[in-house]
Each structure stands twice: as C-alpha cells, then as structure tokens.
Write a protein that binds this ligand. Structure first.
Ligand SMILES: *Cc1c(COP(=O)(O)O)cnc(C)c1O
Length: 394
C-alpha cells in the first residue's frame, strides 16, 4: 500500500494505517503492552535519541495507536494524527500547546460545552482569556483579534446550533494575523468535510462520535498539517499523558472502516426527517444544513460533501413541549453524544450546555426550546413515526 494518498476515501478508511506483521494478520493487532524491550543498550540509547526505529513506552508510541494515527492523517490529508484518551483531552492539548500566560483566543460561541467551560474553569487561572463570537460572521472574528491573540478555534457545524463557519475565510484571517486555525470537525467527520484542505492548520475530533461510530468508546484526536505543528502537539500529549489505550485504538480503527456507509445512510435518513419536521405543525423552526430554508445552505454546499446527520429544532410550546417530546420518544434514546448508529435526542439548555450562564446560552443561540436530534441508521420510517407520535403528545 505504497500510494495510499492516491486511493479513494473509502479505500483509505479500510486500508490506511494498516501494517504487515510477521503473521500476515488481516487487521491491525492490539499491542496491549505498556513498554517495549530494546535489543541492547545501544538500541535503547538510539531509540531515545530518535535515531533508531523502535518503540519505547505506550504513552509516547505504540504500533496499534500509530496505525490509527496514520489512518486519521490519510483521511484528513494531514501530516500525522495524534490520538488522545478523549476529545476533551485533545481540546486541552490544543489550548496547552498554543496558549501561554496572558494569551488570548477567539473561538466559536456555540462550541462543545466543555470546550468552552474549561477556559473559565482551568485556563483563566493561568491568565488566558477567550472571546467567544458568532464565527458565522467573519467580521466578528476579525474584530475580536488582539495583539496577544494566539489561537483561532472554530467548530463547524457548531454544537448544538448547527451554525456554520466559513473555514477558508477563517483560515485567511488567522494567517493574516500569524496564528493557527484549529477546527473541531467532529460533527462532519472527514467523510463530509476536510478542513486542512481549506486552509486549517489542525483538525480536532472527538473519535467518540462518527469516526468510531458505535457509541462504545471515548477517544479523541488531532491531525496536524505540518511536521512542526505535529511535533509541538505530540509533546503536549506525551508529557500531559492524555494518551489513548491500544485496545481503544483498535476499536476506533475497526469502527472507522465503515464511516462512509454509516454517514451516507444517516444523512440520507436525516434529510427525510428534516423535511418531515419542516412541515410539521408542532415544529416552530428547524436547522439542518441540507434544507434550502437553512440560512447557510450555500456555505454548506461549498465546504461540505454532504449535510450530515445532526439537526436542531424548536417545538411550539417551548421548554415544556420539548420535554414532552423527549419523554415520549421510544426508538430514539434520550442521551447526549452523537455519531453512533442509533438515533439520539437531547435538550442542550438542561443537559450539555447547562453549565453556561443563561445569557451566554442566549448569545450563543442555544434557546430553551432547542432540541438536538442526532439521526442514526435505523429504518427512516421508524424514526419518523417515532418523532411524530412523540410530537402528537404535546
Ligand atoms: C463530544 C465532543 C467533544 C468532546 O469529546 P469527548 O470524546 O466527549 O471528550 C468535543 N467536540 C465536539 C463537537 C463533541 O461533540
């Protein structure tokens, strides 16, 4: 598999990162070991000096984890992936790498709740400041950049408002100011969006979601565009110790192989569900990038290869009506997370984004009536029947 870069995306999903072992294993084996023995003292010294091939210790490198990191790099067209124990460990790794005492970052207002919360809970005490803005409006980004701004961090589509940010436009602003652009690509997965190709410097994933895709593993990753960025980020991971476990890496490799067919079916279902909800008398509003009524539909067509499986909607009757829907769905699970094969539904104002101040939620567009709906790969008639009977209970 010399020219993996020349293969199609689906072939990369199946084969990229694979390595041949002496037994000819068809799939990447799990190297469940914490440490590796050296051939002799000189080999050990050479491994530490980076002058010999060889593994030292699983926190800093392991063949199974390497296989995943190489697969992710191939999928995102990056230099190399870095696997983390969780998506949040990858987010912390980004902040720890690019922000220093007195530094400032500009980020999407409606980012993943914890990505925003750790700034005030942990990074503020090191003198780090953040400005959260509606990055859908590029002028807002430009306006918020200060002399001490060291990072532009965006999530698109953002969680849970489904607001998009123009990645190429954001990259242009970041680079004009000499700072890196990091894109949380969790909601799209590399099947639907490849930020490095649009000018981003680092891509972030919660592997927990679409890439693993089976709701049975927590994991995260960064994919760096250049060897220099990779070197900085991997140092943070290795010293802070947010490394992935080999079995976890094996599970993600296995899940990733079917990413294309899972996302394809999920977004096909999502389009039908969104069209159904758009015309439903109990639904006040709906945001799904595939609908022509979606205010950023043109941007979605420009920078994404599909519209994904995530949507949010507001039910007539607000919070109480939303609660009724969530208490009455039977097929969809009332659960946070997304990107698995099953349909999930949740209420951000009382769940994932409850830690935000109400004013912060309003500013980020997370209204009290917003219901987040992650569509799975069940039979679409069943998904629609389920939400319809739950809406009828209002
Ligand atoms: C889930 C999620 C994270 C955090 O990832 P974990 O794997 O839960 O730590 C970050 N960003 C987005 C967009 C997510 O959905």
């Amino acid at each position: 598999m010399e020219n993996i870069k020349d293969l199609g995306f689906e072939s990369k999903l199946v084969h990229a990162g694979d390595f041949k072992d002496e037994f000819g294993s068809a799939v990447t084996p799990i190297y469940q070991t914490s440490t590796f023995s050296f051939k002799n003292a000189q080999h050990g010294a050479d491994c530490f000096a980076g002058e010999a091939d060889g593994y030292i210790y699983t926190r800093v490198g392991n063949p199974t984890i390497d296989a995943l990191e190489n697969k992710l790099a191939a999928l995102e067209n990056g230099y190399r992936g870095i696997a983390f124990s969780s998506g949040m460990s990858a987010v912390s790794g980004v902040y720890m790498t690019f922000l220093h005492q007195g530094a400032h970052m500009v980020a999407t207002g409606a980012i993943y709740g914890a990505s925003r919360a750790i700034v005030s809970s942990h990074f503020q005490k090191f003198g780090v400041e953040a400005t959260f803005v509606d990055t859908a409006n590029l002028a807002e980004i430009e306006k918020s950049i200060r002399p001490n701004t060291k990072l532009l961090y965006i999530e698109t589509p953002a969680n849970p408002t489904i607001t998009l940010t123009d990645i190429a436009g954001a990259a242009e602003i970041a680079h004009k100011h000499g700072i890196p652009l990091v894109v949380d690509n969790t909601f799209s997965s590399p099947y639907l969006q490849r930020p490095l190709d649009l000018g981003a410097d680092v891509v972030l994933h919660s592997l927990t979601k679409f890439i693993n895709g089976h709701a049975d593993i927590v994991g995260g990753a960064l994919i760096a565009k250049t060897p220099e960025l990779h070197a900085e980020l991997v140092k943070t991971r290795n010293y802070l110790g947010g490394n992935m476990d080999p079995t976890q890496a094996y599970m993600v490799i296995r899940g990733a192989k079917t990413l294309a067919i899972r996302v394809e079916r999920a977004q096909e279902n999502a389009m039908k569900v969104a069209q159904f909800l758009e015309n439903h008398p109990k639904v006040d509003w709906i945001k799904y990038p595939g609908l022509t009524s979606f205010d950023q539909h043109e941007l979605a067509k420009k920078q994404m290869f599909g519209f994904g499986a995530m949507m949010s909607f507001g039910v007539k009757g607000g919070f109480e009506a939303g609660k009724t829907v969530m208490d009455n769905v039977q097929l969809a699970k009332l659960a946070v997370s997304l990107g698995g094969v099953e349909t999930l539904i949740q209420h951000p104002a009382s769940m994932t984004h409850a830690a935000m101040q109400p004013e912060e939620r309003m500013q980020a567009g997370i209204t009290d009536d917003l219901v987040r709906y992650a569509i799975g790969i069940e039979s679409v008639e069943d998904i629609i029947h389920d939400i319809d009977q739950a809406l009828a209970k209002i």
